[in-house]
Design a protein around this ligand. Sequence first.
Ligand code: AQP
Length: 327
Amino acid sequence: MKKRLLSGIRTSGVTHIGNVFGAINQWVQMQNDYESFAMLADLHALTTPSEAVNIEKKTLETAKLYLALGLNPKKTTIFVQSHVPQHAELSWILGTIARLGELERMTQFKDKSLGQESINLGLFAYPVLMAADILAYNADAVPVGEDQKQHVELTRNLAERFNSRYGQTFKIPEYISQKSSARIMGLDDSSKKMSKSAENPKNYIAVLDDETTIREKIKSAVTDSGSEITFSEEKKPAVSNLLTIFSLASGKSVGDLEKEFTGHGYGQFKEVLSDALVAYLSPIQEKYKNISNSEIKNVLAEGAKHAQEVAGKTLGEVKKRVGLLQI
Ligand code: AQP
């Protein structure tokens, strides 16, 4: 029997190359070997209301990007989180075994709540919902960027706690990431990750950015002191990030790129990097344009049906385990 994979993206902001290199490309590679579930996390988007604007439009846009980036609905169940009510139900049950202290330690919560006057319960409970997303499918593998590692660890802890309290129910999922792409940094600040909620759009390259925008953003990307194009996360974090992006977009190794640009300045390096990004993103954008709303809605309807079946089975088992009345 194939192992199961589950992952997802919040349907807020724009999908950027960090999401693609850090997460989606792994799902595309793994869909041949795993029974795969790719979620559009619209309930998670609601936890930051200022970012959750045009959520319906963004859900359709992100779903189309899943297809354009290579997810195949015959191999991957593509579905919207809010179409599968079992996620919220399981989240409530897991919330009864999660501890306040462990949720307070989540760095994403600390970062996102910093400076906020009032913090909503959803933002605090986000990692419990994420645990429910994963455990509802009894996923073996969760391919995500490094920023989500702590949430997968919490999921493992909750699964173990549930199993020991109520009997063996959940598999313990594994966090999967690729070292080279697990943390793409912002173009405007190489000490912070590239992020869809960044205030400055020059922080990221969106998958749907046009050629002019890509060139402008790369031109204004920060670099480091000195003029050599060499990889050193400590000494040259910004240039190292650009080399990583270049390598992922072109398929060339970082070492080969260092050799290719020995003796060249940042200006020329950035121009050729822009060429590589345009060449990488253009065919994806072309595919995206050709996917109609009705086509993607059909994919999501099919996906919801299958996801509900699988998650429904898990929920039935969980309710029995915790002792809720069955009729
Ligand atoms: N910079 C990144 N490098 C590598 N992987 C990344 N991911 C996100 N940013 C990077 C991975 O993409 C998947 C979807 O994440 P998301 O929907 O949370 O997108 P985001 O850009 O991380 O969104 P926000 O709102 O700016 O930040 P957070 O993370 O606070 O929600 C995940 O697998 C993520 O690891």
